[in-house]
Design a binder for this molecule. Structure first.
Ligand SMILES: [Ca+2]
Length: 379
């Protein structure tokens, strides 16, 4: 069975490379494996490329706020990452597709305070009979070269390695697990019992969109997501400021310890692996978990040079909706949407995309056990 699942992983692999979310290929010296430390970023000068956030003044009546949502005023802000942060933690490629910093205006909107939870998604599935992509048997049309016996339902699950590994091959810690889906986050034998308040995972883009439509909402644009995550602040490195651990305290569920080895996650932030929603302080808009825990789908197609395009097109981009088509030169045949926020697997050793101005990406029909979403509503 292991060979079979590995084989289908290889078949599907090309479409799940993006599961790395900001896959950053680099090599760690053997004596440093799993032991890199992120130096706190200096706060001086790093906001110099950002112009002040100017929030819209209009605040709708609070009795109009949908349950479980908060008002995001919108306005004008500087979006993206400093190229100087490229060197953060010695990683390369972290901010490359999030540059240059460019000026964006968005209208106000409502946003879910938390990621959509298992119990919320279950209500949707019970009401509609919806079947997620992970629960659908892959078809011969979709994977013409796959053997019939390899076409099994499932999804991609983080699988820690027995020992320390070099971080240049993600296949070492991601596995395609048969029958893994939102009800079985780690595969057969696992369940969401007791995880009602955890974010739903193994959600492909169309699964997120189907829920959002059913509940009368929509998925955020990438610009809406970043404006909301920044909480009205200007140019911060994280949703909470510029220091990873103010007063020595973690502000999000990310990964500490040696990545990605078995029992390597020390849970110093309070959680080994995924956490229930809203376990850390909200940002100034009242949004929880805009960094870490699970990645979130946005509605925008991913293009590595979209920020470049916007910055040359106009001084202030108004309500940008993303490029008209996906464009990832590393996998040009894959249709990808933007992911944001990073996950419980993001570490300063590998993926620092809990930094608020950085971007992730994912093939639209691929999912994993650290990928979820939240919804928005226009006023
Ligand atoms: Ca953690």
């Amino acid at each position: 069975m292991k060979n079979k699942t590995y084989l289908i992983f290889a078949i599907l692999g090309i479409s799940i490379i993006s599961i790395l979310y900001g896959y950053t290929k680099f090599t760690v010296p053997k004596d440093k494996m799993g032991e890199m430390n992120c130096t706190e970023n200096p706060t001086t000068l790093r906001t110099s490329l950002f112009e002040p956030t100017i929030e819209n003044k209009h605040i709708p009546s609070t009795n109009k706020t949908p349950k479980g949502m908060v008002w995001i005023p919108g306005g004008e802000f500087s979006m993206g990452s400093n190229i100087e942060d490229e060197s953060l933690c010695s990683l390369k490629g972290v901010t490359k597709d999030a540059s240059p910093i460019h000026r964006v205006y968005i209208d106000g909107f409502y946003m879910d305070k938390t990621e959509v939870t298992n119990e919320e998604y279950e209500k949707f599935v019970k009401a509609t009979g919806y079947v997620t992509v992970a629960e659908q048997k892959p078809t011969k049309e979709e994977f013409p070269t796959a053997a019939e016996e390899d076409l099994i339902t499932g999804s991609v699950v983080f699988t820690p390695t027995p020992t320390a590994v070099n971080l240049d091959n993600f296949l070492q810690w991601w596995s395609y697990v048969g029958k893994a889906d939102w009800r079985h986050p780690e595969g057969p034998g696992s369940s969401i019992k007791g995880r009602e308040k955890y974010p739903v995972v193994h959600i492909a883009y169309e699964d997120a969109l189907a829920y959002a439509t059913w509940v009368g909402k929509r998925l955020p644009t990438e610009a809406e997501w970043e404006f909301a995550a920044r909480g009205g602040k200007t140019g911060n490195l994280y949703t909470w400021g510029n220091i990873l651990k103010p007063n020595g305290e973690y502000q999000a569920n990310i990964y500490q310890g040696r990545f990605p080895i078995k029992d390597g996650d020390t849970g110093e932030d309070g959680f080994k692996g995924i956490a229930p929603t809203a376990q850390f302080k909200p940002n100034p808009y009242g949004l929880y978990d805009m960094a870490g825990n699970v990645w979130e789908w946005t509605n925008d197609w991913y293009s590595n040079d979209y920020y470049q395009y916007l910055s040359t097109k106009e001084k202030v981009s108004k309500n940008p909706q993303g490029p008209i088509a996906s464009n990832d030169p590393s996998e040009p045949n894959q249709k990808k949407k933007v992911h944001r926020g990073g996950s419980f697997l993001c570490t300063d050793q590998y993926c620092t995309r809990y930094m608020v101005g950085t971007r992730g990406k994912g093939e639209v029909r691929s999912a994993a056990n650290h990928l979820g979403f939240r919804c928005v509503v226009s006023k």
